[in-house]
Design a protein. Structure first.
Length: 507
């Protein structure tokens, strides 16, 4: 069918699972679709999270920078007020991209209210994980170690440092950073009860991680390994930091971005008034929202549509939301995974070979498509269009499954995700079964050319989430499967999927 008009100039790119859905590849598609229209995309902005959320767009892996960086036609790349950002990471990510020919810093706008994260947050992140495991004797949370949660805790504790602080004199920043470092060191020593050996190991761990992540930047001659050496910040005594060095390095990194710091809200309002479109790129996903997910397996930010307005700093108004998912599910960390596949299943082994985190490189757990989770995200989060990626990865699966409900030991059926995590851990999936296909579909560009069973499976995914979201009576307007990904390349997307009302009749 022809692609339907967007309902708003504001467009949100939201995951509806547990992250890793392929949200980054949606951005170029929206830009391309609107390119020749009066409502062309002029702003792509990162809404939430920090360097813990990795996106891939146009074959480029990104963390802090918006995926619009791969599209030269977009004049504004913004980092919203809902983001926590280490200024050094912005340089580490942006300079190699500039070397490769991408225009970054002349387009980059960092909101003056964006939170500054630094080494102290990363140390706290590692320390709280150590406390969880070695003091509380609990299973690890699976944190990325990027300092995101401690950075947001500084905001709620009224200790925040924002990028606006790089626009003033150095003394005010230095005092705030010194107080932050002191709080972190005391917390790590006396509350988290980290050992001296473990404290020292944190610096080695961070150094190894960043030197590994930035090997290309070193090879390009942009940085040296010493630039990623965190031991330079370790103090002479245990549980102390070299505050002079820490202040010097972070002040230099932040003030080097001074020309990029401003008000995202003014740019967004101006571009709206000019009739152009703004795309909000969300990190993580609906079920990792700090309020609506399941603690402690959540992130520290709000991860779906309402945060668009908070991060951009503009009034609430109509918005068009894209829900992004995969044709199967993945999770990392210690999540309850009701639909997890058996490792012995050949399809599971195949999927695990391609499922690693963009940012962390962690192996993802693999499971069947959970329509209960996604249907709840539709019912309570709201969206108009759907993008489903990686249906091609299911080729060769003899029998495919979709979870349409849960059941407990007493036989009670759950049509929505229960809020009680203790209950949720006891549930088993109720599956519908669907015939698979053997054909390679990575070269297919039209829905009608897909194998019949692939078309039926796509229809079943959409129908099952709609039935969960709207039990009984369906609304007059249904969310459409606008894009169906059949491979990792930008060209490997099907865009002529039938309208949802027609699609679900195939099941």
């Amino acid at each position: 069918m022809p692609l339907t008009p967007f309902r708003s100039q504001l467009i949100a790119d939201v995951g509806i699972s547990f992250g890793d859905e392929g949200k980054g590849r949606l951005i170029p598609e929206i830009i391309e679709e609107l390119r020749a229209t009066p409502a062309a995309v002029s702003v792509v902005f990162k809404v939430n999270g920090g360097s813990n959320s990795g996106h891939t767009a146009g074959g480029i892996k990104l963390n802090l920078l918006p995926a619009g960086v791969v599209e030269s036609a977009v004049p504004h790349l913004a980092i919203g007020a809902g983001v926590v950002a280490d200024p050094r990471k912005i340089h580490w990510e942006g300079r190699p991209l500039e070397k490769k020919g991408y225009t970054v810093f002349s387009r980059l706008l960092i909101d003056e209210r964006t939170l500054v994260s630094d080494l102290s947050h990363r140390l706290l992140d590692l320390a709280w994980e150590d406390y969880r495991v070695n003091v509380l004797q609990e299973e690890p949370r699976g944190s990325t170690g990027r300092g995101i949660t401690p950075a947001y805790q500084d905001e709620t504790g009224q200790w925040q440092i924002t990028f606006a602080d790089f626009l003033g004199g150095p003394n005010f920043f230095a005092r705030k950073l010194a107080a932050r470092a002191d709080r972190a060191c005391r917390t790590i020593q006396h509350v988290c009860r980290v050992s001296e050996t473990t404290w020292n190991s944190f610096f080695e761990k961070l150094t190894a991680a960043e030197q590994r992540a930035n090997t290309e930047a070193v090879a390009l001659g942009l940085f040296t390994p010493a630039d990623f050496d965190f031991t330079q910040f370790r103090g002479a005594a245990p549980f102390t930091l070299n505050l002079d060095k820490l202040t010097e390095v972070y002040w230099a990194a932040g003030t080097a971005l001074a020309k990029n710091i401003g008000e995202v809200r003014e740019v967004v309002l101006r571009e709206l008034a000019a009739g152009r479109s703004i795309v909000g790129e969300f990190g993580q996903a609906y079920w990792l929202d700090k309020r609506h997910g399941f603690s402690p397996n959540v992130t520290a930010s709000h991860t779906f549509t309402p945060e668009f307005f908070e991060s951009a700093g503009i009034p609430v108004q109509p918005i068009h939301t894209f829900a992004v998912a995969k044709a199967y599910d993945t999770k990392v960390g210690t999540h309850t995974f009701i639909t997890q596949m058996e490792d012995a299943l050949p399809l599971c082994q195949k999927l695990k070979e391609i499922e690693f985190g963009t940012t962390t490189g962690r192996q993802r757990m693999v499971g069947w498509y959970d329509a209960v989770e996604k249907g709840d995200a539709l019912r309570y989060g709201g969206y108009q269009d759907v993008m489903i990626n990686k249906i091609d990865a299911l080729s060769g699966g003899h029998e495919l499954r979709i979870c349409t409900a849960y059941v407990d030991a007493a036989g009670r059926r759950y049509a929505h995700v229960p809020r009680n995590e203790a209950v949720r851990r006891t549930l088993k999936p109720v599956y519908t079964k669907h015939a698979g296909w053997t054909e390679d579909i990575t070269g297919v560009r039209h829905f009608a050319d897909l194998p019949l069973n692939a078309r039926r499976y796509a229809a079943a995914m959409v129908r099952s989430l709609i039935e969960v979201a709207y039990p009984g009576k369906l609304p007059a307007v249904l969310p459409n499967l606008r894009y169906l990904g059949v491979g990792p390349q930008p060209s490997q997307i099907i865009k002529d999927v039938p309208a949802a009302a027609d699609l679900i009749k195939l099941v």
